[in-house]
Design a binder for this molecule. Structure first.
Ligand code: TYC
Length: 102
């Protein structure tokens, strides 16, 4: 490759980064104490799910241990994780939430 081609490849790579920011899934984790209806409320409030989707997702977490609740850019995913953990804590529930790179 010529030096020019190398520079152009680098430019293309940087452009692709700008167009496609890394995405993260926000994952909710099961525990033995958080009430099911509270988890459904969380899924509706923070992940904009309708009742049926929220109920299905809650049951997936309950039976399988965790479920993906949404996919976001890093900043939005971090904010969701913080908001969910704080909201659960304020209601004295141990519900935990994390993010995973897609
Ligand atoms: N396992 C909880 C119960 O039986 C319900 C639950 C579901 C808790 C999802 C957390 O992320 C969770 N009450």
């Amino acid at each position: 490759l010529t030096q020019n081609q190398e520079v152009m490849e680098e430019v293309v790579k940087e452009r692709e980064k700008l167009e496609k920011p890394p995405m993260y899934t926000v994952v909710l984790l099961n525990d033995d104490y958080t009430p099911m209806d509270f988890v459904v409320e969380i899924l509706r409030r923070f992940f904009n799910m309708d009742s049926d989707t929220a109920t299905e997702t809650m049951l997936t977490i309950h039976y399988k241990g965790k479920a993906r609740c949404g996919i976001y850019t890093a900043e939005v995913a971090e904010t969701k994780v913080e908001q969910v953990i704080r909201y659960a804590f304020e209601h004295q529930h141990p519900l935990q939430c994390s993010m995973e790179k897609v």
